[in-house]
Write a protein that binds this ligand. Structure first.
Ligand code: ADP
Ligand code: MG
Length: 386
């Protein structure tokens, strides 16, 4: 509530935006106002100021600030109801983010906003950073019909996205359409296109017109004059892609295809976020092990940010969650690193190998480790420790 001070016939008056007078010295309590002392108000009036009610406190603002706030309020009053609802949904949508999903408030709200606005969204980031999880969380937060397609797992994009033509002696040629055809015809559907970057190039081609804002149709075969199916109103696509990562299985996506999306890059978790997540998922693991895992993982991420990293990839959150799972089941940090982490790193080059480097990181977090000496005094040892 905004309150302006005026002098009427020599008497000081406090009036709010609705035109109600706020009585001084506690006499407004019946109307639910906190006490506004006349002395304080007189002083504010002399300084060209008024008040805003913040919580249960009167906060002084200059008349200029009050005017600006009043104008802002006017705008929000003039907005259409749907717009105000959308804004409040976006604002409160962080409550819909699952506790197990670590993604910043701003990214989450951006995701919700883009989904509500019917944008095509592409979540990018390295493998295991939560792209699929975030996309699925958005889908389930939205309460709209949803469809899931793993494009990385399809060998035959035409069958997955359009359908199959069958031939039988009795009925002749018949066409059975793919689930995707039904999906795009479902109003307000949210369609998840997982592992888009690993999809067959033909899938990219088929999706080109579907995702284009000015086309939004699916062509049933490659002939120019073949029938098309329109994408229904309010359909949102959410894709995931490992862009710019090290995996050769990732096919390079056409710039034109990427341009059809709003890109939301998933952030890697820092040490605190990582340990917070692990603690939430495995509250029974001892604190030391948990911090060790978070420490190991974040050391590999820090290394990746250096000018010439000695490893080619960091340890993903997927791997750290799995590692915590092993520790929960009784494995030591070293044992779980041996089965989960080391195999991800090349052993070639012996003491200079990526694996040796990661082993050194792990050793740092193992108290009284018997191997510590060998690994840290590599210069002195004659035989490779491997
Ligand atoms: N940001 C994150 N917040 C919570 N869990 C995560 C996160 N990133 C990864 N994980 C864990 O790793 C697993 C794999 O994540 P996923 O979404 O499949 O990764 P991506 O699709 O990026 O390869 C998840 O099931 C979850 O346990
Ligand atoms: Mg994924």
């Amino acid at each position: 509530m905004l309150v302006k001070l005026t002098m009427v016939d020599g008497t000081l008056k406090a009036v709010n935006t609705k035109g109600d007078t706020i009585p001084f010295n506690g006499r407004g309590s019946a109307k639910g106002y906190p006490t506004l002392w006349k002395n304080t108000a007189q002083k504010a009036f002399d300084e060209g100021m008024g008040f805003e009610l913040v919580g249960d406190k009167w906060t002084k603002l200059t008349n200029k600030q009050l005017d600006r706030k009043e104008a802002d309020m006017q705008i929000s009053v003039d907005l259409p109801k749907e717009q105000i609802e959308l804004m409040s949904f976006i604002n409160t949508s962080v409550d819909l983010r699952p506790d197990t999903m670590k993604v910043s408030d701003i990214k989450w709200k951006y995701l919700m906003r883009c989904a509500m606005r019917g944008k095509n969204i592409m979540m990018t980031g390295p493998s295991g950073c939560g792209k699929t999880m975030a996309a699925k969380s958005v889908v389930s937060a939205l309460d709209r019909p949803d469809f899931y397609f793993n494009l990385g797992a399809t060998q035959d994009p035409r069958a997955t996205l359009i359908g199959n033509t069958h031939f039988s002696k009795e009925t002749g040629t018949c066409f059975s359409e793919a689930l995707f055809v039904k999906a795009i015809q479902t109003e307000n559907a949210v369609i998840l296109l997982d592992e888009m970057s690993r999809a067959h190039p033909e899938a990219h081609n088929i999706l080109m017109t579907v995702l284009d804002e000015s086309q939004r149709y699916l062509r049933l075969d490659e002939h120019e004059d073949s029938p098309t199916i329109k994408v229904a109103k309010g359909v949102t696509f959410i894709a995931t892609a490992n862009i710019g990562n090290e995996y050769t299985a990732t096919r390079v996506m056409d710039r034109a295809l990427v341009d059809r999306f709003i890109i939301v890059e998933m952030d890697l978790l820092n040490k605190d976020e990582e340990s917070e997540l692990l603690r939430y998922m495995y509250p029974n693991i001892d604190q030391d092990s948990l911090l060790a895992i978070a420490g190991i993982v974040s050391d590999t991420r820090t290394e990746m940010l250096t000018e010439s990293p000695r490893i080619s990839t960091h340890i993903s959150t997927r791997a750290s969650v799995e590692m915590a799972g092993l520790v929960y089941d009784g494995f030591s940090i070293e044992e779980s690193a041996t089965v989960l982490i080391y195999p991800q790193y090349d052993n070639a080059g012996g003491l200079d190998s990526e694996r040796t480097f990661v082993k050194q990181i792990v050793q740092k977090y193992i108290p009284n480790s018997s191997n510590t000496e060998d690994l840290f005094n590599v210069e002195d040892s004659e035989e490779p420790a491997e």
